[in-house]
Write a protein that binds this ligand. Structure first.
Ligand SMILES: *[C@@H]1O[C@H](CO)[C@@H](O)[C@H](O)[C@H]1NC(C)=O
Length: 230
């Protein structure tokens, strides 16, 4: 009995060990997860918005125009990091997210154009539209779609990227990162590290203004105070 138990325990241990060796997936990752929007540098003096998106989620799509407008309105005072959360009940979310990682790896400037292309034509990758297609066929479609969206020069990268385990692991890290932050719906937003209520619903431009304006007000107030002290 003891022996049986011990051997069961060992094989479980072995399973864990071999699993971590085979996947090569070590956490934490070498680089923080997320795509920084535009040319903004990571900056503790700016307000950080984190958006958790699924490229084939209609609510993420609907949230993007207002957020983009807010980012353009606030300029350097606000910056955005997008984290991907490929939802398991969206059949093609992981492959679409993987395409974003592949393209980002070749040229970070192409990431948001591709995300916007997915938002614009995401119905093509909904469950109902693809349920008769094989996984390979969907990946093929995504490769064609993405190279059309960001340029034929990405075609080879996308093809080889989908056969490169590293890009799979990167996409898994995104998933793990998002879930480790407690995010289970898209879009979900965090501002300066704190989650906004109403996860899963888009926020309009006025919603963003109501949120961000007071924060900027507090900041300039603090600066004035500092000014008085000095
Ligand atoms: C990355 O993409 C941008 C926008 O398309 C382009 O201007 C730039 O030259 C590209 N950079 C590289 C290294 O390919």
């Amino acid at each position: 009995m003891m022996l049986v138990l011990r051997s069961a325990f060992c094989s479980l241990l072995l399973l864990f060990v071999s699993n971590s060796v085979v996947s090569g997936q070590t956490l934490p990752p070498a680089k923080l997860d997320g795509f920084v929007y535009g040319k903004h540098r990571v900056d503790f003096d700016s307000i950080l918005i984190e958006a958790f998106f699924d490229p084939v989620c209609p609510d993420s799509r609907d949230a993007w125009p207002a957020l983009k407008q807010a980012l353009s309105y606030y300029g350097h005072r606000v910056y955005l990091v997008v984290h991907l959360l490929p939802l398991p009940y969206h059949d093609n979310a992981f492959a679409a997210s993987r395409a974003l990682h592949i393209v980002n790896n070749q040229n970070t400037s192409a990431t948001f154009p591709l995300l916007e292309a997915f938002f614009k034509r995401q119905t093509q990758f909904y469950n109902a539209q693809t349920h008769k297609l094989s996984r390979a066929a969907v990946v093929n479609e995504i490769v064609e779609f993405a190279s059309k969206a960001v340029g034929e020069s990405y075609h080879v990268t996308l093809e080889s990227g989908f056969n490169d385990r590293k890009t799979d692991l990167k996409t898994r890290v995104s998933f793990k990162y998002s879930t480790s932050r407690g995010v289970y719906a898209t879009p979900t937003f965090f501002v300066n590290g704190f989650q906004l209520p109403d996860a899963g619903s888009p926020l309009d431009f006025n919603g963003w203004k109501k949120l961000i304006d007071p924060l900027i007000g507090k900041k300039s107030h603090k600066n004035e105070e500092n000014f008085h002290y000095f």
